[in-house]
Design a protein around this ligand. Structure first.
Ligand SMILES: NC(=O)c1ccc[n+]([C@@H]2O[C@H](COP(=O)([O-])OP(=O)(O)OC[C@H]3O[C@@H](n4cnc5c(N)ncnc54)[C@H](OP(=O)(O)O)[C@@H]3O)[C@@H](O)[C@H]2O)c1
Length: 385
């Protein structure tokens, strides 16, 4: 039996992972599940899957969790450090699906186990890419990309033919406002922004998809994951979300992975790797005509991707830490109705220009850079309001 832990089990990726794990109870033993505040769902998941540990990040909810697990053998714990510790409990496979930089320490702790880590938490790589990849190398960890684009590339990227790989082509749906002009964006509400046309996802990544910040984070993620240069990564708009990304070889061959827009496919790929497993998700049906279209991204309309490229050109890990922190602060402010949708990119841009980008040689310095960038972003947010 494969021993699995799921960090962020109550989120969108977490719930899809639970769905797959629960579908084959003879194959998986659940070690630890973690959440931030959703005690009710965490306790329910832990009971149903007979997990060994259930951990809630919000310390004030410890007694509520204890109570919800009464009468079971499941060990309860609470607090940020308890989540990090849960990532270190021996397991064969750990899903890192906490959202945002809040997942950095636990993702790193999971990597340090030296087994297999399924990476959904892209912000870990954006915020601390060199440290994460050095830990992967040092501990001999198998890092399995879960983001659908990176999982697609992972499936068609032949490391034995690395010299023959010309570029990675990330596909982007374009989000819910692909055809809207910039002038139309100022009145967008959080409810509209989180309604993605092809994917069902958590609130933060849905807003990131609408601004294309998600694609920017993914360009940086791909740079670290596959050790490719900025210029070797392209982005194309593909509104149908069927071709999940591509690898182009120097002989002109372009290999892609296709499927329905259902996260259970990349998660199943990572969960069963190097084998395959039956998915509980949707499969692509050819009963109706399928049209695939691809178009260039308009970088004036979507400045986020250009920002990510500038960040990578800075060749400083701290620049992408600032980029990520400013975006997290701006998205949170937008979701709390303290910032207009159309102002998210300018908050990130201004934070990048204002912040002193230090050279960082430790994870502590990364965390400090993250904190400082959030403070600057908050100042910008208060001013533009
Ligand atoms: N959703 C997708 O389809 C998708 C696709 C590709 C990549 N991703 C990436 O996967 C990650 C998760 O995305 P998601 O959409 O699943 O997010 P989500 O639905 O918002 O879930 C986030 C999870 O993280 C937990 N969490 C939030 N803040 C935390 C904190 N401070 N400490 C500990 N745990 C915390 C949440 O717990 P509570 O439920 O208690 O709040 C929840 O379990 C993100 O990095 C995202 O970019 C997601």
């Amino acid at each position: 039996m494969k021993k699995v832990s799921i960090l962020g089990s109550t989120g969108s990726v977490g719930r899809n992972t639970i769905d797959l794990v629960a579908s084959q109870p003879d194959k998986f033993k659940v070690i630890a599940l973690t959440a931030n505040t959703n005690v009710k769902l965490l306790a329910e998941q832990a009971r149903v899957l007979n997990a060994e540990h259930a951990v809630i990040a919000d310390e004030s909810l410890y007694s509520e969790l204890k109570q919800a697990l009464a009468g079971t053998q499941i060990r309860a714990a609470a607090g940020h450090q308890a989540v990090v510790d849960a990532a270190g409990i021996p397991a064969d496979w750990i899903m890192a699906a906490i959202v945002g930089a809040a997942g950095v320490s636990s993702t790193l702790r999971a990597i340090e186990q030296g087994t297999a880590v399924a990476l959904a938490n892209k912000e870990s790589l954006v915020c601390a890419g060199p440290f994460m990849m050095a830990a992967v190398e040092k501990h001999g960890t198998t890092l399995l990309p879960v983001d659908s684009e990176h999982n697609a590339i992972f499936q068609v990227f032949n490391p034995l033919q690395r010299a023959g790989i010309k570029r990675l082509i990330l596909t982007a749906s374009g989000g819910p406002f692909l055809r809207k002009q910039r002038a139309e964006l100022s009145a967008i509400t959080p409810e509209q922004a989180v309604r993605h046309p092809t994917w069902a996802m958590g609130r933060k990544i849905s807003v990131d998809s609408a601004t294309m910040m998600n694609k920017s984070l993914e360009v940086i993620e791909a740079h670290y994951l596959f050790n490719v240069k900025n210029e070797e990564i392209d982005v194309v708009i593909h509104p149908q979300s069927i071709v999940h990304s591509m690898v182009e070889y120097i002989d002109g061959s372009i290999l892609s992975q296709m499927g329905a827009a259902d996260m259970r496919t990349p998660i199943a790929n990572a969960l069963a790797w190097p084998d395959r497993m039956q998915t509980t998700g949707n499969a692509l049906s050819f009963e109706n005509q399928i049209n695939l279209s691809f178009e260039q991204i308009d970088i004036i309309r979507f400045p986020a991707v250009k920002m990510a490229r500038d960040v990578l050109r800075a060749h400083s890990p701290a620049a992408s830490t600032v980029f990520n922190a400013a975006n997290e602060a701006a998205v949170a402010a937008f979701l709390a109705r303290r910032l207009k949708f159309s102002e998210i990119e300018s908050v990130v841009e201004e934070t990048l220009q204002t912040a002193n980008i230090p050279s960082v040689s430790s994870l502590e310095a990364i965390f400090q850079t993250d904190t400082d960038a959030r403070r600057i972003a908050e100042t910008v947010i208060s001013r533009v309001n």
